[in-house]
Design a protein. Structure first.
Length: 962
């Protein structure tokens, strides 16, 4: 009896709706509790009795009690672990800001004025600046001396936070509170009435009292964070560990389903997978769901770490990820398989063995799952030896079957070439088994002693702060741009918005939520600001207007609307999607609007609209489009380095590769940024184009998918070489040609590296395609892969063009070669470089072939001449003017473009390598003398490199598309 297959998708969506709504209502409950702290004491606010809050001391004058609700919104998480993480990061950030500002304002006392005469003198000498034109409509004062003194310290702290590898939440709240503290305290105006200067008489603005006020304000954020942690327990706790266990328990079933699909399609189907549409779609969807499950387990693992110390859950998730990568390798073999005549014979002999290994592998995986969920660190696996024996028997049977079939069927090199994917499939199956076999040893080598693990964690955290490798140029660039945006917004806050910290704190909030691009979230932030400001302001106006003197009714209606609005906004956040940030912004902005220091602010107040303007100013000067292209470029560089180490060194060193190269490749694979690419892809969609060509979402989606395929190819090659090293084998010798393919792969990597560089950042599709065609034409001419074209290469190129035109002027070919070299080779070195070749083609170099009527037999069979052009150093990709066909004295000259490239040379090189390898394998029955390890290594290397070449060509084709 199989598993049930529910088709009621509405039930799943309803479940998700209830879960997200429940999370949103918990946050609504938290901000409702936070509103109770915004309660004024009985009596009026006077200098003699400044106490205006019930829950805080009499000397607290900073206000901003609604920060409790804001902190509650930001600290809300999907479970207890996520909330604890946000609470910790908030507390650390707020404490860092408080400690810095407490020291700063303990040492520095902002100037106080004790008389009107002192004020007038300060105005006259320029120390005190009265600003009468402000966005709030209320005149206020600025003490330039205090601003100039405090601003460098405030910005130095922000630079310190931006450069150090703090978590996003810590950076966010440390900078937000630093900006609030500094801009509030440095203001010479009264905190309750900004139109008046501070009253120095009652001593509330002295440095010791300011530090006490900052301490209370720090506790506002801590109270809000605690409320968010409290509501995640009501009405029942939401533990990340429970959801993680549910995911890990189903991980074995996911691998089982995928393995069954791939094995069934490869061993029992008779058609190419490209012709099995439903199966192809099903496999693709299964891999997508498996990848989503891996991401979900990783996220829940990071949350559950804050709930309890986990034992071997992380190694098990790593095992799942490795098995998923191996299944992708087997799926690639399935995609490459064309089910030729050898495949049927091989499967008839190997089907039962493959199915037996499949069943044993799933049994072992389920046994591992049981041991992991029983929290056993010393795994005793009864199925392991049986699986290893069956897998070894399968490989031996495969080698024997190959020898037998090759002797009886007398395959051609084409047959052998078509059977190469079978080796990759078997290697993938073997790698699947080997990965599970190594799991117990990896678990035993882990540190399970809790104090030791905590100590190791603290050591890693400390060294990460002093690791110079983290201070990359990119980090400095992004930090400088954010710092500059904070500086400009702080100056606007002082001289335009009356010391309101809304604009700079918005930038601090924004930079902590995404990888760098802010244009995308600016759109949704604007939506959230408008929703969180306008609608709550209107609601508060009507509640205050029609409640009259009934304060209890007013509070009831306001809190009811506050709860409903926060719940709706947080639901938008929790359901995910591009608009989730708009929901978060709407929730925390509404907290500031609905919980003012005055219960009912004046109806004519413009503060709400000032918030709209200030919130929409937080656009950082960072382009996600540039970051995406830089990320892809870095990814290609890592893949190229891994290819060099894995393929070239493996073949050149008889199959051996030193451990240092393997470790470097493994580190390179782990530092790829595919997740960042997907986030930046969403960000780049919302950036203004201005002078740049339109951003193609489908094109860059295909590029990101191509990067994923390249990573899969590289991972396959890494697993292959690593397995070969474990078998302690070596290759005796090889003699099949890779001289054409390896340089072609490197040349394609270099082409893509150039296309994703700054030179082509604003190029359109035609310019990009022209560059690629130029390089392909040069590669076709450069037969020796030397980077230069000599006379013999030019002769072959011209003969190719003449052959396409239908004429072969062998009598004058040397003259044409000399003409070509004279026109193109500007430095007269006898060799044409790529730059010279590209400049000539760019300026319109054509080959004119004279087309002669058949009756004019007295003339030579053909006449050809190169168009005389002047080659200058024009900028790359400058459009050139094409000269039309020439009609002179009845003679027709038809122009032929030397830039006549039909396909990518890389694909031809890959085909040539496979043919060369197949011929080499059959020559003198060489396959008989190869060891099993050598056979699998070479076949899988050829298949893996061919897949890499195909994906590189596909990526290059995608780049040149509009």
């Amino acid at each position: 009896m199989g598993k049930a297959r529910p088709m009621d998708t509405e039930a799943q969506s309803r479940t998700e709706f209830k879960a997200n709504l429940g999370l949103a209502m918990r946050t609504g409950l938290g901000v409702l509790i936070a509103s109770a702290f915004v309660t004024k004491a009985a009596g009026e606010h006077t200098p003699a009795r400044p106490n205006i809050w019930v829950c805080f001391p009499e000397w607290y004058i900073l206000g901003g009690i609604n920060f409790i609700a804001v902190a509650c919104v930001f600290a809300a998480g999907r479970n207890i672990g996520a909330t604890l993480r946000e609470v910790f990061q908030q507390k650390l950030g707020v404490f860092l800001a408080f400690a810095f500002n407490a020291v700063l304002f303990h040492c520095f006392q902002p100037r106080l004025f004790y008389s009107d005469a002192e004020v007038q003198a300060a105005v006259l000498d320029g120390t005190l600046l009265r600003i009468t034109t402000s966005f709030s409509g209320t005149p206020y004062y600025v003490n330039n001396g205090d601003v100039v003194t405090v601003l460098p310290f405030m910005m130095a702290f922000n630079a310190f936070i931006l450069l150090l590898p703090f978590e996003a939440g810590t950076k966010k709240f440390s900078m937000v509170n630093n900006l609030i503290f500094a801009l509030t305290v440095v203001s010479p105006n009264d905190y309750s009435d900004p139109s008046q200067l501070k009253d120095a008489a009652h001593g509330l603005y002295a440095s010791p009292m300011i530090v006490k006020n900052l301490f209370i304000y720090m506790w506002l954020g801590l109270i809000g964070a605690f409320l968010s942690f409290l509501v995640v327990w009501v009405p029942y706790p939401i533990f990340a560990i429970r959801k993680l266990q549910a995911q890990t328990l189903s991980a074995a079933d996911t691998i089982h389903d995928l393995l069954h699909l791939v094995v069934d399609a490869y061993c029992f189907k008779k058609k190419n997978v490209e012709h099995m549409h439903f199966l192809r779609t099903k496999i693709k969807r299964k891999f997508e769901l498996a990848a989503l499950q891996k991401d979900a387990m990783t996220g829940l693992l990071n949350d559950a770490w804050w709930e309890q110390i986990l034992a071997i859950t992380k190694p098990y998730i790593d095992l799942y990820a490795s098995l998923l990568d191996t299944l992708r390798a087997m799926n690639q073999a399935l995609q490459l398989e064309h089910y030729d005549r050898l495949h049927t014979s091989f499967m008839a002999a190997l089907q039962q063995d493959v199915c037996g290994v499949q069943v044993r592998a799933i049994a072992l995986l389920r046994e591992i799952s049981l041991e992991v969920h029983a929290n056993h660190t010393d795994l005793q696996l009864t199925q392991l030896r049986t699986l290893q024996a069956e897998m070894e028997a399968l490989l031996i049977r495969f080698q024997a079957t190959q020898t037998k079939l090759f002797l009886t069927m007398h395959p051609t090199p084409s047959d052998v070439e078509g059977n190469i994917p079978l080796n990759l499939f078997l290697f993938g199956l073997q790698s699947l088994c080997a990965t599970m076999a190594e799991f117990p040893a990896k678990v035993r080598n882990e540190t399970h002693h809790t104090p030791s693990r905590i100590l190791n964690f603290l050591k890693r955290s400390f060294w990460s702060f002093v690791d110079p490798r983290k201070l990359t140029p990119t980090r400095f660039q992004i930090a400088f741009k954010v710092w500059l945006a904070l500086l400009l917004s702080s100056l606007l806050a002082v001289y335009v918005f009356g010391f309101s910290s809304t604009a700079p704190t918005t930038i601090a909030y924004v930079m902590g939520n995404q990888i760098g691009g802010s244009f995308g979230i600016s759109l949704f932030r604007a939506v959230g600001v408008v929703a969180g400001v306008i609608v709550p302001s209107i609601a508060l106006f009507f509640v205050c207007t029609y409640s009259g003197e009934h304060t209890a009714v007013m509070l009831l209606l306001r809190n009811l609307f506050f709860f409903v609005w926060t719940t709706a906004s947080m639901y938008v956040k929790w359901k995910g999607g591009l608009d989730s940030y708009a929901g978060l912004v709407s929730a925390f902005i509404a907290a500031g609007i609905l919980l003012p220091d005055d219960i009912c602010p004046a109806p004519g107040s413009l503060s709400s609209y000032a918030n709209v303007v200030q919130m929409t100013l937080g656009v950082l000067l960072i382009s996600a489009y540039k970051l995406l292209r830089r990320n892809v470029r870095t990814h290609l560089t890592l893949c190229q380095g891994a290819f060099t180490a894995l393929v070239e060194h493996t073949l050149m060193c008889d199959g051996t590769i030193d451990s240092a190269h393997l470790a470097a490749v493994k580190a390179a694979l782990q530092t790829t940024r595919l997740n960042d690419q997907r986030i930046l892809l969403k960000e780049a969609l919302f950036e203004p184009r201005l002078w740049r060509p339109a951003f193609s979402q489908p094109k860059y989606t295909a590029i990101v998918d191509g990067c994923q395929r390249l990573l899969t190819n590289t991972t396959i090659l890494f697993q292959l070489v690593e397995w070969f090293q474990r078998r302690h084998a070596s290759i005796a010798s090889y003699n099949f040609s890779t001289l054409e393919l390896v340089p072609s792969i490197h040349e394609t990597f270099e082409t893509l590296h150039t296309l994703f560089g700054a030179q082509f950042q604003f190029a359109d599709a035609d310019q990009t395609a022209l560059f690629v065609q130029m390089k392909e034409a040069f590669q076709i001419a450069d037969k020796q892969c030397s980077g230069f074209v000599d006379a013999s290469d030019v002769k072959a190129l011209l003969l190719h063009v003449f052959e396409q035109s239908g004429v072969l002027p062998m009598d004058a070919i040397d003259d044409y070669v000399a003409d070509f070299m004279e026109i193109v080779n500007q430095d007269k070195s006898g060799h044409v470089s790529l730059d010279e070749f590209m400049r000539a083609l760019e300026n319109g170099l054509l080959l004119e072939v004279e087309v002669l009527p058949t009756q004019r037999s007295g003339r030579p069979p053909s006449a050809t001449r190169l168009q005389e052009i002047s080659v200058d150093a024009s900028p790359l990709l400058t459009p050139s003017t094409r000269i039309p066909h020439v009609f002179d004295d009845g003679v027709i000259c038809r122009a032929h473009d030397i830039l006549d490239v039909e396909t990518f040379s890389l694909l031809h090189a890959a085909d040539a390598m496979r043919r060369s390898y197949a011929s080499w394998l059959l020559l003198d029955d060489r396959y008989k003398g190869l060891a099993l390890e050598e056979l699998l290594l070479l076949n899988s290397l050829v298949s893996g490199v061919s897949g890499l070449a195909r994906n590189l060509a596909l990526l290059e084709e995608t780049v040149v598309q509009p």
